[in-house]
Write a protein that binds this ligand. Structure first.
Ligand code: GLA
Length: 415
């Protein structure tokens, strides 16, 4: 306790989650929801962590193992009011599982909702924040994903949502344990405008599904401006469109736009589509949370999430996400030019082809450096981060992008 108290005084002068010392770069790890939904157990979580470690992904930075919804019994303990883990799924309790995850070298994450119930109908933490934060800390939790279902109408305006999420932020900090605070408000009250003082990241859309561009009525919003019903079954292109204007809202010490867990490895997209998905998530500095069965992953899918160059850009300290420089209609969809400066003065440049036609395009340096015109005159060497080929750039770079694919380069100054 004394240690906790000293730690709190020394490192958290203001009790705000963004001052919990975490989130200097977007979080990386694995989340159970996309692949397993409610079918989770201690064994599933341990085998996921085992595979992630065996495949070298922990060494690449995928360090948080996060168990999503459906871990609890449907009612709280009548005496202590704590949420009770389902003993049929977790026969040795959560602390035991958390210890095993820590012993393997990972950090341990859990899920609750800022509502009466979680989205799957288990007890939520609304009005039980202190009890639950204390319980999570006693179980060795390092990360809390905090959802939005059944919020009892305490939403609909930024200040209502802020107040509701702030209570858990303070409760987590009061435990003295640094706990990464990952808001899952789906963007319905514009968390990029208010969450940075209380959280480390915030979801910007309804739930992703394993599809590149299919419209689904359950995800009716096409833009971040659509307040009130973000829904679910949102395609990769739907989420990318919502994310493009929000790069200006993310940075270290403030927090990250969370585009949702990755679908790479779940089988619903082609190689080129997963390349687009991973590239855009990485350079927009979204959290990179794997969402698949890593033990059954193909070598090709593993190679996508293991792209060191893109992970390095995602984890580059002190830089903002890349920005969209333009979006243009092309074929049956759009193409997008993204670029952003890196901490050593290099640039990341990407051309996303949302269309189902092959794309050949001469990218102008005036467009790449539209806000930094002096750089447009410079000589650059561009390295393709998927093929590793290099080329010199002089006013233009020619891009050939497969249908639904993305070409991405790291630009370095030519000597
Ligand atoms: C919501 C969240 C998802 C997932 C489920 C669990 O839909 O947005 O990411 O956590 O709840 O029920």
């Amino acid at each position: 306790m004394i240690y906790n108290f000293l730690f709190l005084v020394a490192t958290i002068p203001v009790a705000l989650a963004h001052d919990n010392g975490l989130g200097l770069t977007p979080q990386m790890g694995w989340n159970s929801w996309n692949k397993y939904g409610c079918n989770i157990s201690a064994n599933d979580i341990i085998s996921a962590a085992t595979s992630i470690k065996e495949k070298g992904l922990l060494d690449l930075g995928y360090e948080y193992i996060v168990m999503d919804d459906c871990w609890a019994l449907k009612t709280r303990d009548p005496v202590t009011k704590q949420i009770v883990p389902d003993p049929s799924k977790f026969p040795n309790g959560i602390k035991n599982l958390s210890d095993s995850i820590h012993d393997m070298g990972f950090k341990w994450g859990m899920y609750s909702s800022a509502g009466k119930y979680t989205c799957a109908g288990y007890p939520g933490s609304l009005d039980y924040e202190e009890i639950d934060a204390t319980t999570f800390a006693s179980w060795g939790v390092d990360y809390l994903k905090y959802d939005n279902c059944y919020n009892q109408g305490r939403s609909g305006t930024p200040s209502e949502s802020f107040k509701r999420y702030e209570v858990m932020s303070k409760a987590l900090n009061s435990t003295g344990r640094p706990i990464f605070y990952s808001l899952c408000q789906w963007g319905e009250d514009g968390p990029w405008n208010w969450a940075s003082t209380i959280a480390n990241s915030w979801r910007i859309s309804g739930d992703i599904y394993d599809n590149f561009n299919r419209y689904d009525d359950r995800c009716p919003c096409e833009s971040f401006q659509c307040i009130g019903l973000q829904g679910f079954d949102c395609s990769v292109m739907n989420i990318i469109r919502k994310a493009l204007p929000l790069s200006q809202k993310a940075r270290d010490r403030d927090g990250w736009n969370d585009l949702d867990s990755l679908e790479v490895g779940n089988g619903g997209m082609t190689y080129d589509e997963y390349v687009t998905h991973f590239t855009v998530w990485a350079i927009l500095k979204s959290p990179l949370m794997l969402g698949n069965d890593v033990s059954a992953m193909s070598d090709q899918d593993l190679s996508i999430v293991s792209n060191r160059d893109l992970i390095t850009i995602n984890q580059d300290r002190g830089t903002q996400p890349a920005y969209s420089k333009w979006t243009k209609n092309y074929g049956d969809s759009i193409i997008i030019l993204l670029s952003g400066e890196l901490s050593n003065g290099d640039w990341v440049v990407a051309l996303v082809n949302g269309a189902s036609q092959q794309l050949t395009y001469n990218i102008s340096m005036t467009d790449v450096f539209i806000d930094n015109r002096i750089y447009a005159e410079k000589r650059w060497v561009a390295r393709d981060l998927w093929t590793n080929e290099t080329s010199s750039v002089n006013n233009f770079i020619i891009s050939n992008v497969k249908p639904h694919g993305t070409q991405v380069w790291r630009f370095s100054k030519s000597s």
